[in-house]
Design a protein around this ligand. Structure first.
Ligand SMILES: [Mn+2]
Length: 355
């Protein structure tokens, strides 16, 4: 079953039809990027209503559902499609449908509109488990990011600013096959590395600085995510010790990751190692998150979540230690979860690199 057939097989227990209108889920199920369009999911088929700007491409590329040109009165058209399928009810995706869309459907479509979380839940459960094709796209994105990291090892020097590092890395990824960046690249140096999600500034890299880069590339809608912390010049004894604690926590978590484990237990592996060294309060974020058509998706690995990490999900492993006004270290890989372990998708070196 393809992704859309999996959703079609579940829609019947939720409503007679599911309505998808947000860019991410529409692209996930149709395989086509667009800024408009409505995907109607029925048990027996799905119908993609798309306007003139996209119709030629949709007819050529969309294979898993019927493609229909949007008319000048789309609500009337959708009402008609619902009636040919004898649909008496429809469900919206409660995570992305706006209140005004919901009101419009209730006013114009003439069927019962369900705003329960069931349809959203079904979509997220399907997205949680990746197909090999999705994993291949994620790997392609990761290979671009890693090449960018290698390039940066030559680029980073005393005197460059954080903004220059960020621009060089972004330019590299975008000119080597990335269709977009996974998120605003984080490039920090020295004291600024203690800010887990700091913003690149005009600060100049100095001798003895850590440089932390958190970045990713997007290929065919699929994201990658990695973080590396390197040192420019000699690190202090404390910097080296903290780096190696984070590395040990990261490698321990990766080596024990396997399907069926809870996000809580997975997070705890790294957190216990960091806490035992006295840095528990300096690791103030969760260990990991899912990655796919969005940069943050399920499964989550955090001290507050008991969700199960299933086979063939993709999750980041990113412990960190942040010491205010001094420095921070984060090391992030991401991996495909398997029944008896995991496949690390990140090949870049993790030993402390001194430039
Ligand atoms: Mn991440």
């Amino acid at each position: 079953m393809n992704k859309l057939e999996r959703l079609q097989s579940r829609i019947g227990t939720i409503a007679d039809c599911g309505i998808i209108t947000d860019d991410v889920n529409r692209r996930y199920f149709t395989g086509m990027k667009s800024s408009a369009g409505i995907l109607l999911v029925f048990p027996e088929e799905s119908v993609f209503v798309i306007d003139f700007r996209y119709i030629e491409k949709a007819k050529k590329t969309v294979r898993d559902c019927r493609v229909v040109l949007e008319s000048s009165s789309p609500m009337e058209q959708i009402k008609e499609i619902l009636s040919t399928h004898n649909a008496k009810s429809a469900a919206v995706d409660s995570e992305t449908c706006t209140v005004s869309q919901l009101n419009m459907y209730r006013e114009k479509l003439g069927v019962d509109i369900s705003d329960s979380n069931e349809f959203a839940k079904a979509i997220r459960e399907i997205r949680l488990v990746k197909t090999q094709d999705e994993i291949n796209k994620i790997i392609s994105a990761q290979r671009i990011a890693e090449a960018g990291f290698e390039y940066m090892l030559d680029f980073i020097k005393v005197g460059k600013t954080e903004k220059e590092v960020r621009l060089a890395l972004d330019f590299y990824m975008l000119s080597h096959g990335a269709e977009a960046l996974s998120f605003d690249t984080i490039a920090l140096s020295g004291k600024n590395t203690s800010l887990p999600h700091g913003v690149p500034s005009d600060k100049v890299i100095e001798n003895g600085d850590f440089v932390l880069m958190d970045f990713g590339a997007v290929v065919d809608g699929y994201h990658s995510d990695m973080t590396r912390t390197v040192c420019v010049g000699r690190p202090t004894e404390e910097m080296e010790r903290v780096y190696n604690i984070v590395l040990r926590a990261q490698e321990a978590a990766l080596s024990q990751l396997k399907a069926g484990m809870s996000g809580y237990d997975f997070d705890k592996i790294a957190r216990d190692i960091i806490s035992a060294e006295g840095y528990g309060d300096n690791f103030g974020h969760s260990l990991g998150h899912g990655v796919g058509v969005e940069i943050h998706e399920n499964p989550v690995a955090s001290p507050t979540r008991k969700n199960i990490i299933p086979e063939n999900s993709v999750i980041t492993v990113e412990p960190g230690i942040y010491i205010e006004d001094k420095f921070g270290v984060r090391i992030e890989d991401f991996a495909v979860v398997k029944a008896d372990g995991c496949e690390d998708l990140t090949l870049a070196d993790k030993k402390l690199i001194i430039l």
